[in-house]
Design a protein around this ligand. Structure first.
Ligand code: PXP
Length: 270
């Protein structure tokens, strides 16, 4: 970690599941771009969207709209993508602020594990290089495993996003291995930072798990989606994001860090 202490913690809001609801009826609503507008007003530092190969939620037109919107608002778009020629071409056409490379299997319900960077080194290197050459910041979504984090550095990524899914599920199921899984995240974050990588985290984060995750001092960004869209049904998206921001900023402060500049800690008190 830098001698100046933990980096500010940013919130990326993933709006994929607004599109899931829209697509369930083949209608034009709810609009993910409208959700992105609300998210940015509510305290999201950036917007994350995953264009899956099967287009089950976000569509190509959504990416066009989100790229234009985030550019207009001066906020980063984090484009989650599989390591394929098709997705590489779409990323190069849009030049989002960041691209997060994720594993994808058509039959999975969600991104179930991290990318096997160590096992797919030769496939990943050219994609990382071409995205970086276009000025896109490259992040790799990995399990908090030493070999994967080391491989992420060796393929030239600037960022790793640690998969928090296993930890979050263990907490929700009140399982005793939650502490061990948290230790793995902490060790992974520390290793990644010491290798010079920026460290993000995401998947499965809710109001409960965000506090301990935000306290990991090396983290610079959390990406959160499914829980927020679910919670929006009950409280509205704006309130759900404000509450997440409050909890996340509180967790970061309790962990000895500081808030991202401009985060709405005071206004967001739920
Ligand atoms: N980060 C990555 C790399 C993801 O693939 C996802 C899910 O699309 C998320 C974060 C957000 O996860 P969730 O929707 O469970 O909050």
């Amino acid at each position: 970690m830098s001698p100046s202490g933990p980096p500010p913690l940013r919130l990326g809001v993933n709006i994929d599941h607004v599109a899931t609801i829209r697509n369930a009826r083949g209608e034009a609503y709810p609009d993910p771009a409208r959700a992105a507008e609300i998210a940015m007003l509510a305290g999201a530092d950036g917007i994350t969207a995953h264009l899956r190969e099967d287009r089950r939620h976000i569509s190509d037109a959504d990416i066009d709209a989100l790229a234009a919107l985030t550019r207009k608002r001066g906020r980063p778009l984090n484009f989650e993508m599989a390591v394929t020629r098709e997705m590489e071409a779409i990323a190069l056409a849009h030049r989002p602020h960041a691209a997060c490379l994720v594993p994808e299997r058509r039959e999975e319900l969600t991104t179930e594990g991290g990318l096997d960077v160590a096992g797919q080194h030769n496939r990943i290197v050219p994609v990382v290089s071409s995205l970086k050459a276009a000025g896109i910041r490259v992040s790799l979504f990995v399990e908090p495993l030493a070999a994967q984090i080391e491989a992420a550095r060796s393929v030239g990524a600037q960022v790793v996003e640690l998969h928090t899914g296993a930890y979050c599920l263990a907490v929700r199921e009140r399982r005793s291995d939650a502490n061990t899984l948290m230790m793995a995240l902490r060790e992974g974050a520390s290793q990644a930072r010491s290798l010079g990588l920026e460290v993000h985290a995401g998947h499965g984060i809710d109001f409960e798990t965000v506090v301990a995750i935000a306290a990991i001092p090396e983290l610079a960004e959390l990406n959160i989606g499914h829980f927020l869209v679910g919670e929006a049904i009950f409280t509205g998206l704006d309130a759900a994001i404000r509450r997440m921001r409050t909890l996340m900023d509180g967790g970061r402060e309790a962990g000895g860090g500081h808030r991202a500049p401009g985060s709405r800690f005071d206004e967001a008190a739920a």
